[in-house]
Ligand binder design. Sequence first.
Ligand code: NAD
Length: 698
Amino acid sequence: MTAQYQVHGDVAVITLNNPPVNGLGLATRRGIVDGLERAEADATVRAVVITGAGAAFSGGADIKEFGTDKSLAEPNLHSVIGAVEQCSKPVVAAIHSVCMGGGLELALACHYRIAAPGCSVALPEVKLGILPGAGGTQRLPRVVGVEAALNMIVSGEAVKSELIAAMPGQKLFDKMAAAPEALADESLAFARSIAEARPLPLVRGLPASHPQGDAYFQFARNMVKGMAKNFPAPPKCVDAVEAATKQKFADGLATERELFISLMWTPESRALRHLFFAERAASKIPDVPADTPQRAIKKVGVIGAGTMGGGISMNFLNAGIPVKMLEMKQEALDRGLATIRKNYEAQVKKGKLKEGRYQERMALLSTTLSYEDLKDCDLIVEAVFEDLNVKEAVFKQLDAVAKPGAILASNTSTLDLDRIAAFTNRPQDVVGMHFFSPANVMKLLEVVRGKATAKDVLATVMSVAKKIKKVAVVSGVCDGFIGNRMIERYSQQAGFLLDEGCTPSQVDRAIEKFGFAMGPFRMGDLAGNDIGWAIRKRRAVESPDIKYSKTADLLCEQGRFGQKVGKGWYDYVPGRRDAIANAEVEKMIADHRASLGITPRKVSDEEIVQRLVFSLVNEAAHILEEGIANKASDVDVVYIFGYGFPVHRGGPLNYANEFGLFNLVQAMKRFAKNPLDDARFWQPAPLLARLVAEGKQF
Ligand code: NAD
């Protein structure tokens, strides 16, 4: 039973019981309506309390029912809300822990509300590209005021119940319980105290108004436009709340409904809902069941205190896990330590971290020059130079000192994890943990599964990732794993575009307009152009048939490695963050083009975007077919959380589905005919060709 009915003397209690957050699925909705009918029919019952079992009042819609017929089946949430409002006996919502979305809309329909302190109250629908569709935009302004309601609805952020209770004139809570433990008893007592009150108060009967209505909504619209340029939902939230102040309640509800339905079918909302599920699905590995036993990770070792090692260490310190950092020389340790301090101090200065917390974190960090000191670590993450010989020396020493069962992880970006694992006598304990720079900021973690990696090692690393607040995606072993293997194709195309007539800023602008956080050339300057240069030199030996534009090599020959040296594709001036176009670089590109006998042509922004994005898609299809990625949505998660792909497009493969795979392959065929491009490059991956032939999607 997902909703229980019990009678305590003269009060009936309906307890939602649909773990983990009492989602309002069909069975739960039925349970509420049945409970109300029983209470109506029982002459001894004078009042009804609706509450939630476990760790929530209700988190809202049941995500398991999203997009299924069940989510709309009767009684739907509107009917439940109608039944609550029309109950002839007072209905009291007893709210605690989590009261969100449909859960809050249900509570707003009750005649009275009593809340426990510490409860998170929110209407988070905007985060899925929609707006509250069961009266939330109409009722919330009536109880907390227009401004507070609009802030909650447009941001989707939770507000604690005690803060709401302190808002002057608020009518959301009729009473606050002294403590969460007291809620059950206090809600019964409260229900008895109002059992005979008539007429029963309804939120819909309260006024919603703003003293400077038009001016305020104009201001709100301007604010929202700036914040949410690619998302249609926030401005519609403003429209809905404005309707609450200008229309009769029933008309306002109808407006809300219309806006809700119009948003439901936008590509942006589909993208956000796709990502919501994709992120949850990423932690599930097909052959590693959820109940796989895990190894305890209480102490972590990090080898290398460079760019990555420092950031990786901070992740664990932030999660309260002690870290021992190892380097070859004291100077390197001192430098690494100083960088970590600098990062934390910047956070303290900005008020994002309390001084005390900073000190607590630093107290968890120790350093060493001796591998012996790592023998009690449960997880050791290696972040030394990207050189197989160096990795070999490190993993042999780790094999000699690490305790049995310790997980040995490498942060390598390009090297073969199976070869690294083979340097040890315990390849089952070796795994890749590929963090992204800056490692303390970027959310993505590629967990690289070697051919021998044990299932409990994977399960443990996935759960550690959650603890350190990363979004982890499993990748098989291949050059570049999921993300970098795809980005190489994208960079290749960016290079061809220069050869054909584009400038770096034209390419960057086009893809940034599409929504990328940063175009390929600004990104190259940030990551360091020398990294790609080294990879291309290696490729020239290993795979000489891969075609690249020479411009990036010419750039590196001039030492223009990017931001770290103040010049790359662009110039960088201290104190200014923007990339400044450089005439000499553009001349170098033009000269190179001329030396190839190419007459420059005007390339449209549309072509730039399609060539860059479809190159990602085609490589992703290879990656899926080879089983490097477990599922298409994992690729989207990698690109959203690691590469600044526009969130409102839902990742490269969601975008490909929206664009239409047939159309996409047609475009690839056109690109293949361009003599300056690479016809082989645009050969559709077998999986992509198959999906098109079968009329399917990723
Ligand atoms: P880095 O040069 O900044 O740091 C490497 C550190 O390792 C140096 O401080 C060096 O002193 C130390 N070191 C070298 N050999 C050692 C040894 N034998 N024992 C102990 N310490 C040793 O390099 P980085 O950018 O931090 O990269 C480290 C690893 O992370 C590489 O495998 C790289 O491919 C990977 N990676 C880098 C990035 C990035 O953007 N920089 C992103 C993801 C992964």
